[in-house]
Design a protein around this ligand. Structure first.
Ligand code: NAD
Ligand code: TYD
Length: 352
């Protein structure tokens, strides 16, 4: 079959990547989708069981830092577009091991950019789409929103590594005329998220009647976006975005952590037929995260006005859907937390 685009998605076995891969494989049978993933603790092929045999889909276990293997993939599949999702993604882990974040997020991104530059020399139709985070803009007080023009001010090893990779993407656009686009998105939630992140961690602990660890006073604010809304924004930007541009993606949906966890407790009490207020008893305030960013808030007017995207999901509904997915997929959860995660959980939370 003559495919219209031959797209490499990196990190397609992770949370956002797996939803993106599924969506593109199903929606665009005339695109070839090649997913490369190192399958770290966060990568899980069980999330893609339903599409693994689709004719326009291929998976290869590859580390993006391994230039030789990545080049072979480019040769084998004649890749002409990249959507780069692979990353170390958890702030708390970046505090424990910053170098791992530099390796994958910075070095890995530059390895990919170099291969694209060399492989796409002279080729007119190509795109390197870099998936990034709003955390590169730093931390807000009570007011204000991040714009695409907000100066970068990353404060954690994670956001510093993502900021650095964003700069390299822009540098390859300016210096080597590579066609690139970047999007910076707020906090995602939904099915298949690794249970180290706030929402699935709390869902799992409520099921198990374990403490819900809230950092500091619980007054830090995040903007939450349903993962499928992020995927639809990526789709808009991939097809309609302008080369060299950056687009912010957000949910217009800011919550203090404590209020979010309380809302989750109410949904879970109802779903698990527990007494009203039972799960809230599990809330435990623990030592704050070092350098904890206070507030993130995204202005996505540019994406809305220029490309016509807006988020769809209602938060209560999205949270309920997420809770139901975790309740129905407890094997998925138990499989991913059975190995390395137990040690991480102990280091991170025991005696905190
Ligand atoms: P995730 O941790 O769930 O998944 C990351 C995936 O990358 C995993 O499958 C992992 O195996 C793979 N990976 C890690 N190192 C690799 C390497 N060296 N080579 C190949 N594969 C490797 O992350 P996520 O939450 O799905 O995030 C995906 C992207 O979106 C990241 O770039 C992240 O910075 C960005 N992002 C995430 C959020 C969020 O709320 N989760 C918000 C905005 C942006
Ligand atoms: P997280 O899901 O790790 O995303 P990020 O740090 O990228 O925003 O955390 C979301 C918020 O929840 C953040 O303010 C930190 C807080 N948090 C807790 O209070 N307790 C926890 O156990 C975790 C994992 C996060």
């Amino acid at each position: 079959m003559e495919y219209k685009k031959r797209i490499l998605i990196t990190g397609g076995a992770g949370f956002i990547g797996s939803h993106l891969v599924r969506s593109f494989v199903k929606k665009y049978p005339h695109y070839l989708i090649v997913n490369i993933d190192k399958l770290t603790y966060a990568g899980n092929l069980a999330s893609l069981e339903d599409i693994k045999d689709e004719p326009n889909y291929h998976f290869r276990k590859v580390d993006i830092c391994d230039g030789i293997k990545v080049s072979e993939i480019f040769e084998e599949f004649k890749i002409d577009h990249v959507i780069h999702c692979a990353a170390e993604s958890h702030v708390d882990r970046s505090i424990i091991n910053p170098l791992e974040f530099v390796q994958t997020n910075v070095v890995g991104t530059v390895v990919l950019l170099n291969i694209c530059k060399n492989f796409w020399n002279q080729k007119e139709s190509h795109l390197f789409y870099h998936i990034s985070t709003d955390e590169v803009y730093g931390s807000l007080g009570e007011s204000g929103k991040f714009l695409e023009t907000t100066p970068y001010d990353p404060r954690s090893p994670y956001s510093s590594s993502k900021a650095s990779s964003d700069h390299f993407v822009r540098a390859y656009h300016e210096t080597f005329k590579l066609s690139t686009v970047i999007s910076n998105c707020s906090n995602n939630y939904g099915p298949n998220q690794f249970p180290e992140k706030l929402i699935p961690l709390c869902i799992k602990n409520i099921i198990d009647k374990k403490p819900l660890p809230i950092y500091g006073k619980g007054d830090n604010i995040r903007d939450w976006l349903f993962v499928l809304d992020h995927v639809s924004a990526i789709d808009f930007i991939f097809h309609k975005g302008t080369t060299g541009e950056t687009y912010n993606i957000g949910g217009d949906n800011e919550w203090r952590n404590i209020d979010l966890v309380r809302a989750l407790c109410r949904i879970m009490d109802h779903r698990l037929n527990r007494k009203k207020g039972e799960s809230e008893q599990l809330i435990t305030f623990v030592k704050d995260r070092q350098g904890h960013d206070q507030r993130y808030s995204i202005d996505f007017t540019k994406l809305n006005k220029e490309l016509g995207w807006k988020p769809n999901a209602k938060f209560e509904q999205g949270l309920e859907e997420t809770v139901d997915w975790y309740l129905q997929n407890q094997k998925w959860v138990n499989d991913v937390i059975s190995g390395e995660y137990a040690n991480y959980y102990q280091v991170q939370y025991e005696g905190r």
